[in-house]
Design a protein around this ligand. Structure first.
Ligand SMILES: [Zn+2]
Length: 657
């Protein structure tokens, strides 16, 4: 493992806390050290408050912050002397501990201090770094973990047997540290949990972490442990319907729709195909805090009912022994290991599903590395249960509130790179959906930056092959399809009927009608499997109820599309799929309407641009975002009992009314 310390970079950070930020980010950059909110760091500083008194403050990572991206405000300043007093108490319940921590924070609006705050406080060093390094876990999660740790580190570290994070862990560390620390002690290894390093400067503590983990890595190498390989990305070859059926069944067990990400890379397929895949994977996570996202074990194969029953049994067994009554979480798996599919991971959002995949990819690395030391050995299920059903986690769930309306659902939008299509993507993302955006403009790929819940695909919707490839990719990324927005279309220039060429008529029909028929046909098997029922919204046009001269091909094609949608509403209603149409008019904030075009059309009617834009009954401008909001709402509960409807969004048109 290489130190990422860089003098030029480091010089951009100043002060004790600034340096703390820098080396925390360095730890976060190496995903074999910490992942997604894992690990924590701290620094002890003496500072002067507004009344002029000096205080010792522990700045410790706040919950909800990731080391990789942490900034100064991500650290909670906590009064250090009080923490030291707390550490001396005989016992302290978790809610009491969290109360003490939050009431000793000296900055309003600071994040909640890490649950490992007291542990940071009792270590007598200015800087303290804590990671869940893969290499250390691979060593500790074995039958002879303690003796391996001794062999690697000698007396340079204090070794702490596994105990749940929180007050008791801090107490145990305080006692062990007092008894076992030597002048040369540079760290602390927590069995089945992770590693601490410390130092007088940010750099010293960081470099010690790198050195400690490197020693574990070298040891594994000497024992012939395999090198970790990347799990990304692997082409998903499974039929979209097969994946959507699996997602539907798992979502039903969860009681809410879940996004499902499939990674068919060799890493996961090879692991799933090992003869000992069940024995290895059913032991439990590499470090207990993964359980909150991953559940204790993956499902092997696809029998959701058997997995859910095993989960209920696990809950019943362990809840009976727990001190407080527990509320069972849903029994659905968050990971599926399948010899054909590879690894499928699930979460309420695309980001959650991706995090689960990252965690399990590293877990596989740990499992395979431990096999070189005689075999992977996870903690007993009781310890995992204690973290999964920790009061603090359960309280967090109770506080979480209602997620956005389309959380866990997947929308596909055509013509997504600009105008109404792009606005639709925005509206669905805002409502919590994962969105697949298709467009013939390659700009769609990066239309929403690198966010996990948007997949932009360069796709000509008139090509059956391209649509097929896009559906494979979309379902591979998010697991299925719940909502379909048919927006892509062409709007040809004015042309009277007597001059309308066959080729032009056919070109318009091919995009506006044929492509949408094909999309509806191909998406129907997926919409049928939507956990909450499929929904389709067709972007029609005012030209359907009120056609315009010179727009024969456009008006006729949108009318045909509308009729197609109405028949689909009739045919698909029994399967719970709703199909509705919106008819926008005069939406000018799209790529089509440049400033010049707008000015010339307005002049053509003898109107100012402003008057032209608001030339409707309500004298209001209709924007892409207005159409998108209506479109999204038509997929939501407000329109749950509406299908086959056509809703104008045109500011009121006297020919339509
Ligand atoms: Zn930890």
């Amino acid at each position: 493992m290489k130190s990422l310390w860089n003098d030029a970079e480091a010089s951009q950070y100043s002060g004790d806390l600034g340096e703390r930020v820098y080396t925390s980010q360095l730890l976060g950059r190496d995903h074999t050290l910490v992942l997604h909110g894992g690990g924590n760091t701290s620094v002890k500083v003496r500072s002067r408050g507004v009344t002029g008194e000096e205080e010792d403050i522990l700045y410790v990572k706040g919950s909800g912050w990731d080391l990789e991206t942490i900034r100064e405000e991500g650290f909670a300043p906590v009064r250090l002397p009080h923490l030291v007093k707390l550490a001396k108490l005989e016992s302290l319940s978790d809610p009491q501990m969290m109360n003490e921590l939050s009431t000793q924070v000296t900055r309003a609006g600071a994040p909640a201090p890490s649950v490992e705050t007291i542990l940071h406080a009792i270590l007598p060093y200015k800087y303290v770094d804590h990671t869940h390094a893969d290499a250390v876990l691979a060593v500790t999660n074995t039958a002879n973990g303690q003796s391996h740790v001794r062999e690697i580190f000698g007396d340079d570290v204090v070794v702490i047997p596994y105990i749940m994070p929180g007050f008791d862990l801090a107490g145990l560390c305080a006692a062990r540290f007092a008894a076992d620390a030597r002048p040369g002690t540079v760290g602390m290894v927590l069995m089945n949990h992770g590693v601490f390093s410390f130092g007088a400067t940010a750099r010293e503590s960081y470099e010690r972490m790198i050195a400690l983990v490197t020693r574990a890595e070298r040891f594994l190498e000497r024992r012939g442990a395999p090198r970790a390989v990347s799990g990304e990305p692997g082409r998903v070859t499974a039929a979209p319907r097969e994946l959507a059926a699996l997602r539907r069944e798992i979502s039903a067990a969860a009681g809410v729709p879940l996004v499902m990400r499939t990674q068919a890379s060799a890493k996961f397929i090879d692991f799933a195909r090992r003869a000992d895949a069940a024995a290895l994977s059913q032991q439990g996570p590499a470090t207990p805090d993964h359980v909150i996202r991953t559940k204790r074990v993956p499902m092997i194969g696809r029998d959701v009912a058997v997995y859910a029953q095993a989960y209920r049994d696990y809950f019943a067994r362990n809840a009976a022994a727990a001190k407080q009554p527990k509320t069972m979480l849903d029994p659905a798996p968050r990971m599926v290991l399948d010899p054909e599919l590879g690894l499928c991971t699930l979460g309420r959002t695309a980001r959650d599903a991706r995090i689960v995949a990252d965690l399990y990819s590293h877990t596989i690395d740990v499992i395979l590395a431990s096999t070189a030391l005689g075999g992977y050995k996870a903690l007993p299920e009781k310890d995992i249960f204690d973290v999964e059903y920790w009061d603090l986690e359960q309280a967090k769930l109770r506080r979480a509130g209602k997620p956005p309306v389309f959380t866990g659902e997947v929308a596909l939008v055509t013509g997504a790179a600009s105008g109404i299509g792009r606005a639709c993507c925005d509206a669905f993302l805002k409502r919590g959906a994962a969105v697949v955006g298709l467009d013939i403009d390659a700009g769609v790929v990066n239309a929403f930056g690198g966010r996990a819940d948007f997949l932009g695909l360069h796709c000509d919707v008139t090509s059956r092959d391209a649509v097929n490839v896009a559906l494979h990719a979309g379902v591979g990324a998010f697991g299925g399809l719940d909502m379909l927005v048919l927006n892509a279309g062409v709007f040809p220039g004015g042309c009277r009927v007597e001059s309308l060429a066959d080729e032009e008529w056919q070109r318009v029909t091919r995009v506006n009608v044929d492509a949408n028929l094909a999309l509806m046909r191909e998406c129907h098997p997926l919409l049928e499997l939507a956990p909450n029922g499929g929904r389709v919204v067709v972007i029609g046009s005012k030209n359907v109820p009120a056609p315009g001269p010179g727009a024969a091909a456009y008006s006729a094609s949108k009318a045909a599309l509308t009729q197609l949608a109405r028949v689909a509403a009739l045919e698909w209603g029994a399967a719970g799929i709703r199909v509705n149409v919106v008819h926008p008019n005069a939406v000018f904030d799209t790529g089509l309407w440049t400033r010049d075009v707008l000015a010339s059309r307005a002049a053509h009617y003898g109107l100012s641009v402003e008057a032209y834009k608001t030339n409707n009954v309500l004298k209001t401008e209709v924007r892409s975002a207005d159409v998108a909001e209506l479109t999204a709402e038509m997929c939501g509960p407000l329109f749950a009992k509406t299908t086959g409807a056509q809703v104008p969004i045109d500011g009121g048109n006297d020919r339509v009314i």
